[in-house]
Design a protein around this ligand. Structure first.
Ligand SMILES: Cc1cc2nc3c(=O)[nH]c(=O)nc-3n(C[C@H](O)[C@H](O)[C@H](O)COP(=O)(O)OP(=O)(O)OC[C@H]3O[C@@H](n4cnc5c(N)ncnc54)[C@H](O)[C@@H]3O)c2cc1C
Length: 550
């Protein structure tokens, strides 16, 4: 076990979409900046866009639908719980961002006249730009590395460092070598995604989640312990996706003319309207399954869909359908609701940030799925990765190097390594994680009510105690214990926020059987969570919605 002490102008925690973009932007602004990335997996393929992406979901093309129109349409998809400025900034910068990606080699779909293929996935307007880029992550990673970004792979960030009230870097554990990394940084950016391992998926496979399973809410747990504000944790989202494999296909098929039918054979789509809530209702009310039907589509459309699903989206789908004997020309595709998860990109959960990607704690920025910019998707990860880097770089040039104290380092090292033992663990780590996530499924997801949510909180408090007894045989298991701890934090915080919001909102995502109606008069506001002064105490407060754009 060695200690590697580093210094950085900017430390980025998580080398996914937002992290790569932040690293590149920081170097573009000032090549002499020392930019370090902690990445839990491998920088080249880690994160949600591991394989690629089939679209940039939010682009406001000049002459097309305006950024203000985007703010209006996204506001309606999140029932008005949206601070408008960040969404406006994202839409305003989206076209420039798309052109930049193109200049790096990413391919966007165009029609015969050379116009971008814009798809309708929002209630109003066409903001989704089709993209054909299986190697997007590789393009970004290579770009960052060519600019001299220092990547510390296989390193899970464990805690933020703080000096008084200011964040001054973070610590990490290399889960292969056991090296303990201490990075003192002038500015720190959290870009480590949401929490996908929140509850168990229906398949029973712990890592068979819809979102990237390496994202376990570590950044939220770290930032919460450092005093940062979190919001949107009651927005537990899921989606009807391909049964048993949970791969996405809705936007790809429905925007190209597929129909949705229920188990009774009734068509339930509204002429191309991607009504996720309508689909989930069919399951919840016993008219499932929901199926995607494409046998009426012309051959060239089927080929186009196959091309996207089997290359950019996830090549394994080809084998999956072949082995089940499903040909889109003849058979429909069965969907099933995924597990619930927490995510700032698809949902709303995340660190409270403003339009400058600044969190509520000095020296700490957040971007991508870790930040609460509701439904920002990949565009938000890229735009706010850039914004965070710009602000973090400007801050870094005016500061002296911070330095972690030996006491700080020793305390965190002790915390991280204490489970390492030759004794067997009294509880199997995989079984323990399964129990924690199964409990989330029992009590912390819709349909919710006060009894269930309080029970979720009680169990998470209990699991935090049990966690202290776990033993790790190697560094990989040590990292697992850290992940489970973050998952417990996320479930507990979600249950606290869900219990505080005494109404139902966002379709089935926050359905409370004891408060079944939406109540705008009392609840059109943010629920903010923050660590209290007493250990284990979470403060709940409310914040008005910022509506400066519309
Ligand atoms: C299946 C799927 C399909 C999607 N399709 C589209 C689409 O077509 N268009 C679109 O616009 N959006 C799409 N999205 C959304 C979009 O991909 C995400 O919003 C975006 O990629 C999130 O980027 P991020 O950087 O926040 O997270 P990620 O890219 O997931 O990066 C997080 C990184 O942090 C690392 N990490 C986690 N914990 C730690 C830790 N403790 N220490 C160090 N590193 C850590 C992870 O290994 C990972 O590399 C899709 C999402 C999913 C799940």
């Amino acid at each position: 076990m060695t200690i590697n002490e580093m210094k950085a102008d900017i430390l980025i925690i998580g080398g996914g979409s937002a992290g790569c973009m932040a690293a590149i932007r920081a170097k573009e602004i000032n090549p002499s900046l020392k930019v370090v990335v902690f990445e839990k997996g491998d920088f080249k393929r880690g994160g949600t866009i591991a394989m690629g992406m089939d679209a940039l979901n939010i682009v406001s093309i000049p002459g097309g639908d305006s950024p203000e129109a985007y703010v209006e349409t996204v506001g309606s998809t999140v029932d008005g719980i949206l601070d408008q400025k960040p969404s406006l900034v994202m839409a305003q910068r989206s076209y420039e961002l798309m052109r930049k990606l193109e200049s790096w080699g990413a391919r966007f779909r165009k029609d015969a006249n050379g116009n971008y293929e814009m798809l309708k996935i929002h209630p109003k307007g066409k903001f989704c730009a089709g993209m054909d880029e299986p190697d997007l992550k590789v393009i970004l990673a290579k770009k960052a590395e060519s600019l001299g970004v220092e990547v510390v792979n296989r390193t899970i960030a464990t805690s933020l460092l703080k000096s008084e009230h200011v964040v001054t870097g973070a610590t990490g554990l290399n889960l292969r070598t056991g090296e303990f990394v201490v990075c003192s940084a002038k500015s720190t950016i959290i870009t480590n995604g949401g929490c996908s391992r929140f509850m168990m998926p229906h398949s029973g496979h712990p890592f068979g989640t819809y979102d990237y399973p390496g994202n376990t809410g570590d950044g939220w747990a770290m930032a919460y312990r450092a005093g940062a504000k979190l919001t949107g944790f009651e927005f537990t989202s899921n989606a009807p996706l391909i049964k048993d494999i949970a791969c996405p296909l809705l936007y790809i098929t429905l925007t190209r003319g597929a129909h949705i039918i229920n188990g009774l054979g009734q068509r339930i789509d509204n002429e191309g309207d991607i009504g996720v809530h309508a689909m989930l209702r069919e399951f919840n009310e016993g008219r499932g399954p929901v199926l995607i039907k494409m046998d009426h589509l012309p051959e060239e459309k089927i080929k186009e869909i196959e091309e996207i699903l089997f290359t950019t989206e996830r090549p394994i789908q080809k084998r999956f359908f072949e082995q089940r004997g499903i040909d889109f020309r003849k058979q429909p595709i069965e969907l099933f609701p995924t597990e619930y998860f927490l995510c700032g990109g698809h949902g709303s959960a995340g660190l409270v940030v403003d339009e400058h990607a600044a969190t509520s704690v000095e020296g700490l920025y957040a971007a991508g799925d870790a930040a609460s910019v509701p439904r920002q998707h990949l565009t938000g990860a890229f735009v706010f990765g850039e914004v965070a880097a710009e602000k973090a770089a400007a801050r870094a040039v005016s500061l002296d190097w911070p330095c972690a104290t030996q006491a700080q380092i020793a305390a965190e090292r002790n915390r991280v390594f204490s489970p390492l033992s030759e004794e067997p663990s009294p509880l199997d780590l995989a079984e323990f994680e399964q129990k924690v996530r199964q409990t989330a499924g029992d009590y912390a997801v819709p349909p919710k009510n006060e009894w269930k949510l309080k029970n979720a909180i009680k169990w998470m408090t209990h699991f935090k105690e049990e966690l202290k007894a776990l033993k790790a045989a190697d560094f990989h298991e040590l990292a697992k214990i850290l992940e489970i701890e973050s998952i417990i934090y996320c479930i507990e915080l979600s249950a606290i926020a869900s219990n505080a919001r005494k109404e139902s909102r966002w379709g089935s995502y926050h359905y409370r059987s004891d408060y079944p109606e939406k109540n705008d008069a009392e609840w059109k506001k943010h629920i903010i969570l923050q660590a209290g002064n007493i250990p284990g105490e979470t403060l709940v407060s409310f914040q008005d919605i910022e509506r400066s754009v519309l």
